[in-house]
Design a protein around this ligand. Structure first.
Ligand SMILES: NC(=O)c1ccc[n+]([C@@H]2O[C@H](COP(=O)([O-])OP(=O)(O)OC[C@H]3O[C@@H](n4cnc5c(N)ncnc54)[C@H](OP(=O)(O)O)[C@@H]3O)[C@@H](O)[C@H]2O)c1
Length: 282
């Protein structure tokens, strides 16, 4: 079995990689920091020397980099059983990526949209696509107006959590829509909230205030990475959910996502907006 994981060198992604290694999955990690990735993979390979872990560098903020990484995965010629779209982050200030899209939306959502489309024909039958969303989706807003805002030169009303919620709602909307689109392909697409997990995600913000807020929240409410990786590992590997698709999970159980994610007009709007941004990379 072969799992492709974004952001596997740290936090929930790394813990999920360890869990999948225990289950015998060969892996391909798509990471931006090769030193961290090599060190982390070396530790896993000490415990599981017969496994193969390929490491491919990617900057998910750049669609050209995602395309290059996708081509490198294809060139490995190892079909994919699990595509775990895990990497993510928060951005304290409004900024556009080199492709002219708001950074949170690109890193957390659009890069993974492109990756899924690049690898779609390289998935094994019964493959699982898993998107790591967040409970933040429940308070997210998504509409044509919101999407137009994602490509505007500036956003005077920009707020770090609103951008994060929007990107995490996009993960859920895309999960539900693509599960249906690809229902004849014998693959599943699901998404999840991992819990509030004590990782460094909030320490990577570029404002001290946001770092303190995350330190407080994660120390007061956070669960361990071992706990936080459980739902990802479950969705990637548990036989009991092999045919469940288009669902949002919390604590290894199907949960209610933001009702916007069931709105077909929003699903189609997000899909065609996303296609418009990635088509030159397909
Ligand atoms: N922690 C929580 O409480 C929580 C709650 C709900 C959802 N989530 C979601 O869980 C996922 C994992 O987050 P985490 O908490 O484990 O955070 P984390 O420890 O910061 O790990 C995030 C991973 O994503 C990678 N990444 C970020 N930006 C990237 C980019 N531009 N290109 C390539 N890789 C990039 C990071 O790489 P570097 O190591 O180079 O930074 C890291 O490997 C995210 O999608 C997050 O939104 C987390």
């Amino acid at each position: 079995m072969h799992a492709v994981i974004t952001g596997a060198n740290d936090g929930i992604g790394l813990e999920t990689a360890k869990g999948l290694a225990k289950l015998g999955y060969n892996q391909t990690w798509l990471c931006r920091n090769l030193v961290k990735a090599n060190n982390a993979s070396r530790e896993i390979l000490l415990d599981f020397p017969s496994l193969r872990i390929n490491i491919i560098q990617v900057n998910l903020a750049s669609l050209a980099s995602v395309k290059e990484a996708g081509l490198q995965v294809i060139a490995l010629d190892q079909r994919v059983d699990v595509l775990l779209c895990n990497a993510g982050g928060t951005f304290s200030q409004y900024a556009l990526s080199e492709d002219g899209v708001e950074m949170t939306m690109v890193v957390n959502y659009l890069s993974h949209f492109l990756l899924c489309h690049l690898l779609l024909d390289h998935l094994n039958p019964k493959a699982r696509i898993v998107h790591v969303s967040s409970k933040a989706n429940l308070k997210g807003k998504l509409s044509l107006e919101e999407l137009k805002q994602c490509t505007a030169e500036s956003d005077p009303k920009y707020y770090i959590m609103a951008a994060y919620r929007r990107s995490k709602l996009a993960n859920v909307v895309y999960t539900k829509h693509s599960a249906e689109l690809w229902s004849s392909r014998e693959i599943t697409v699901n998404c999840l909230h991992p819990g509030v997990v004590k990782t460094k995600i909030g320490h990577k913000s570029d404002r001290k205030l946001h770092q303190y807020a995350w330190a407080l929240l994660s120390n007061l409410q956070g669960i361990s990475v071992e706990e936080g990786a459980k739902t990802s590992i479950y969705l990637a590997s548990n036989p009991s959910i092999a045919s469940i698709t288009g669902q949002y999970f919390d604590a290894c159980t199907i949960a209610k996502a933001n009702p916007i994610s069931d709105d077909r007009t929003i699903q189609e709007t997000l899909y065609s907006w996303s296609m418009g941004r990635i088509e030159k990379f397909m």
